[in-house]
Design a protein around this ligand. Structure first.
Ligand SMILES: Nc1ncnc2c1ncn2[C@@H]1O[C@H](COP(=O)(O)OP(=O)(O)OP(=O)(O)O)[C@@H](O)[C@H]1O
Ligand SMILES: [Mg+2]
Length: 257
């Protein structure tokens, strides 16, 4: 995992986490950790409880049982739908949480500028309303909004599923560069194994019925420095030879690309 010395405690750790909605168990015995400077991809078939797990990890939902330890300062969240305010420009959408927590004008303007640059938003795009933006631009705005809070942990819940393959690739590169340069850790939920191995240091696989993380695989090398051919071979090996990924067809079922 190539972790720096002295950073042995995970930024996030879940142990023995169970959850139920209306008496129906959706998660049981979940254990998962994310270390500093680490991006962990979480894969599993639709409905197995990945979003619920992210909500519990982020503290949006309280688990029925189990322990969640957060050693990070602040987190950001990016979802499949950008969830922008329709009446606000990109600039105001990115600034909204900053202004909400009382950050002064000069400071939020600078943070918006820096976060927009990191998310590859053109300064001219900052004056656009969501209805005037492309899908990729909206998702970049949502990423910039998360980054402007200067998080040390970011939860991504299938953020690029709705984007076409080429755009998806560019957005992945953007997240890889941002996580390296702004040094945040991330839990990245995806249905796309190729996306998982491109973006993450480690891929965790969730049981079909949310009964635990059934295993994990470390992806050799560093995100952004791996050859595409090697990643392609790795995914191929996972799918054809690794029993951990035997439910990959369930995972692939909802792939857009
Ligand atoms: N607020 C809720 N109330 C009741 N049941 C819910 C609620 N949210 C999720 N569920 C149920 O919990 C289970 C896990 O849902 P969750 O959204 O966590 O799965 P997921 O793995 O993220 O699925 P997907 O890949 O389709 O996004 C599903 O059976 C879902 O119907
Ligand atoms: Mg989900």
């Amino acid at each position: 995992m190539n972790l720096p010395a002295g950073n042995n405690l995970p930024l996030l750790s879940l142990s023995g986490v169970d959850h139920a909605y209306l008496g129906r168990t959706v998660l049981s015995g979940i254990g998962l950790s994310v270390f500093r400077h680490e991006v962990v991809a979480l894969v599993g078939p639709s409905g197995c409880g990945k979003s619920t797990l992210a909500h519990i990890a982020a503290g949006v939902v309280d688990p029925l049982r189990g322990r969640v330890e957060r050693r990070y300062g602040r987190h950001g969240m990016v979802f499949q739908e950008p969830r922008l305010l329709p009446w606000a420009t990109a600039r105001d959408n990115i600034a909204y949480p900053l202004r909400h927590c009382g950050i002064g004008r000069t400071e939020w303007q600078e943070r918006v500028r820096a976060a927009a640059a990191r998310a590859a938003l053109d300064p001219l795009d900052l004056d656009k309303y969501p209805v005037e933006m492309s899908g990729g631009m909206r998702q970049r705005t949502a990423i910039a909004r998360a980054l402007a809070m200067q998080p040390d942990m970011v939860y991504f819940d299938e953020p690029f599923t709705a984007l076409d393959v080429a755009l998806k690739r560019r957005m992945q590169d953007l997240v890889i560069a941002a996580s390296r340069d702004a040094s945040f850790s991330a839990l990245f939920i995806t249905h796309d194994l190729m996306e998982a191995v491109r973006i993450a240091h480690r891929v965790a696989v969730m049981d079909v019925h949310g009964r635990g993380i059934i295993g994990e695989r470390i992806v050799p090398g560093h995100p952004g420095e791996r050859a595409e051919g090697d990643l392609f071979d790795l995914v191929n090996r996972f799918v054809t030879q690794d029993p951990l990924f035997r439910h990959i067809h369930d995972i692939d079922e909802r792939r857009v690309s």
